[in-house]
Write a protein that binds this ligand. Sequence first.
Ligand SMILES: Cc1cc2nc3c(=O)[nH]c(=O)nc-3n(C[C@H](O)[C@H](O)[C@H](O)COP(=O)(O)OP(=O)(O)OC[C@H]3O[C@@H](n4cnc5c(N)ncnc54)[C@H](O)[C@@H]3O)c2cc1C
Ligand code: SF4
Length: 482
Amino acid sequence: MKTPPEYIDSLRKLNLVVYLLGERVSNVVDDPIIRPSLNAVALTYALAQDPQYEDIMTATSHITGNKINRFTHIHQSTEDLVKKSKMGRLVGAHTGCCFQRCVGMDALNALSMTTYDIDAKFGTEYNSRFLKYLQYVQDEDLVCDGAMTDPKGDRSLPPHQQADPDLFLRVVEERADGIVVRGAKAHQTGAVNSHEVIVMPTITMREEDKDYAVSFAVPSDTEGITYIMGRQSCDTRKLEKGKMDRGNVVFGGHEALIVFDDVFVPWDRVFMFREYEFSGQLVEQFASYHRQSYSCKVGVGDVLIGAAQTIAEYNGVEKASHVKDKIVEMNHLNETLYCGCIACASEGHREPSGTYYVDPLLANVHKQNITRFPYEIARLAQDIAGGLMVTLPSEEDLKSPEVGKYVEKYLQGTSDVPTENRMRVLRLIENLTLGTAAVGYLTESMHGAGSPQAQRIMISRLANVKEKQKIAKKLCGITEDE
Ligand SMILES: Cc1cc2nc3c(=O)[nH]c(=O)nc-3n(C[C@H](O)[C@H](O)[C@H](O)COP(=O)(O)OP(=O)(O)OC[C@H]3O[C@@H](n4cnc5c(N)ncnc54)[C@H](O)[C@@H]3O)c2cc1C
Ligand code: SF4
């Protein structure tokens, strides 16, 4: 397994084409806006080296028997699935943000099943290709970007009916040595901190869309790939002299639009090619795994609850019954979320490929709760924090020879706590509920791994309502079914 410095060095060797705020980024690794997101991924390497977290953060490869980072592992038991949920909470709590490495893990696990199933039906050789690729990822301890979401243009139209055919990523050429693809993937988490990009289709395809039913992996610096970084609320605070106004002084996340401008993919890296019948399965399996992965939000919730309790103490209100009750409510919501990600893992099962798959109904219920509870936890944190969270002067004002003394004096809470500490924790709550980390904690909770309606469709499909009717009718003596 790589150490954090080895991971960072390996990124330095990549030649990525990255644009941020209209400029090409010459040094991606040290860019001040991007760097906190790299720090968060690097922590997934650091925790795997820590004996205290070995059981959660590492696993045994089912291919080589070697010890590997769990983020590159194919789940071999429900115990593995439970450890994955625990890993999400652990790393979320250590970083207070999106640590980006789960999308690739979820793509690998979904592909381990779908490639097997395509081969079983069509006699293809995707699974053996995939396992070779997986071993490379495990041996090199790589970060993979999981690229599913297409730009999608007019949402009411399928890929082949879009005014611009590139609004879903597609195959534009089939060659003896591979394929050429064109299109883009939107909202890509951790894209420029990744060694590899794993592309999957974004929706269920029909025959007319078969050029869009494609899955493959390419090195992230493959010719023809361009990254356009997304903005996050308050992102340019990272360019300021001090660090305090960032809220989270070390870690962050990022997303990017990845453009594939006629990118060549050799056959040994193609895992689905026009088998449109399996596009829906791949989407569903990836989405269910990724919905489980939102255990990360429980860890970030732990940070926000800790921050809310701290500001309550700094403001001298921690003994007020309504404040105590709000902290209880925040914990209740957060632990309810934890129940969901543990439950869908515990109720997982073995698929024909040998990979263990989460219970999809429970994974969707978990993600549906994720679209709601973090917003309520954030609301309660803002309630406890008070208005100063959004009217706070800057770190520079606190340090100003002219007005610093006023900031220090008038923004004091309880007399035993330095004003600076009070400002720091308010900035953290701002960061999590309105700033850069709110991208991950709130809006990503809403839309990441599919918008709420996507889960409701799955819940309506998977909840066995007919069976529920049967038992209800039986209990009240209705015999029509018999
Ligand atoms: C922070 C963040 C990180 C992400 N990271 C990744 C990543 O790493 N990899 C990845 O592949 N994806 C990623 N995503 C993408 C995520 O999966 C999508 O945001 C999600 O699937 C919703 O798609 P959309 O954003 O295009 O919204 P839209 O599809 O535009 O949805 C907006 C609304 O329209 C509704 N809607 C959309 N289409 C239809 C329709 N046909 N009929 C009726 N209603 C419709 C939706 O239900 C929703 O209410 C990320 C998203 C976010 C916000
Ligand atoms: S939002 Fe959570 S699950 Fe998704 S990549 Fe970030 S940390 Fe992982």
